[in-house]
Design a protein around this ligand. Structure first.
Ligand SMILES: NC(=O)c1ccc[n+]([C@@H]2O[C@H](COP(=O)([O-])OP(=O)(O)OC[C@H]3O[C@@H](n4cnc5c(N)ncnc54)[C@H](O)[C@@H]3O)[C@@H](O)[C@H]2O)c1
Length: 241
């Protein structure tokens, strides 16, 4: 591809995980400068050409400081939020503490990171934000619990609200909804559940992380210049909106 993003600085939250790493690879392959932010344990075996930024989405000042530090090294032009936690706890067993913890990572953490990114990008009137939500936020979760589904539905709504605010300031904002993707997160699914998804998906397979990574990279580029406030489904036709 020739996405025209050479030299632009991208911060990939959750870039040590399956989808985030694929996003980082795609952006780096297109010549972007990449900073990967993740919990320290996930930053070990990354491409040596990428900057590393330890952070925890549960730590509000730490999230803000991570964005400020990355931006200080080189002004941020792209923020991709591919960090998140999964849950498959059924409704009757779900307690308030867990519900709040999943929302704290997947939704409140995303809010803090996006708010800080907008604060940094706004004076420059330039920037792109892509959040990674989920099919679970659209259909209630096939295997995922109510906490995960609620966090991702919230992230879709939040991203659209952010797009309304940030668009007039020159910042493009979109959200990607993967179906089921072959990453460490999917190891929490039973083989039977994955087989059922394969069967129900018109393309009869699950996605590779790269197939999500390249969609995100495209959204980050000027070729997607009029895509704003929208959700892009990467689900092989499992759910057609
Ligand atoms: N794998 C799938 O099938 C699938 C489907 C739909 C959506 N998603 C979403 O895509 C995103 C990436 O998922 P993945 O499949 O790559 O999973 P993954 O587990 O491989 O990666 C998730 C990353 O998020 C990081 N993370 C988790 N909690 C964090 C915290 N408190 N602070 C900072 N980083 C934290 C992890 O360290 C990890 O590197 C997630 O938001 C996930 O919900 C995944």
């Amino acid at each position: 591809m020739n996405l025209g993003i050479e030299g632009r600085h991208a911060l990939v939250l959750g870039g040590g995980g399956g989808i985030g790493r694929a996003v980082a690879r795609a952006l780096a392959q297109e010549g972007a400068r990449v900073t990967v932010a993740d919990v320290p344990g996930q930053l070990g075996d990354l491409d040596p050409g990428w900057d590393r930024q330890p952070f925890d989405l549960l730590d509000e000042p730490g999230v803000r400081a991570a964005l400020v530090a990355a931006d200080a090294r080189s002004p941020l032009e792209m923020l991709v939020n591919a960090a998140g936690v999964f849950s498959r706890t059924p409704l009757p067993e779900l307690d308030v503490a867990q519900f709040q913890r999943v929302l704290a990572v997947n939704l409140t953490g995303a809010f803090v990171a996006c708010q800080e990114a907008v604060r940094l990008m706004l004076p420059r009137r330039r920037g792109v934000i892509v959040n990674v939500a989920s099919l679970a936020g659209q259909v209630g979760g096939l295997v995922a619990g109510p906490d995960y589904a609620a966090s991702k539905a919230g992230l879709i709504g939040f991203t659209k609200s952010l797009a309304r605010y940030a668009g007039p300031h020159g910042i493009r904002v979109n959200v990607v909804n993967p179906g089921v993707v072959d990453t460490p997160m999917t190891e929490q699914w039973t083989p039977e559940a994955v087989a059922k998804v394969r069967e129900d998906t018109p393309l009869h397979r699950i996605a590779s992380a790269e197939e999500v990574g390249w969609v995100v990279a495209f959204l980050c580029s000027d070729h997607a210049g009029f895509l704003h406030g929208t959700h892009i489904d990467v689900n092989g036709g499992l759910y057609m909106d």
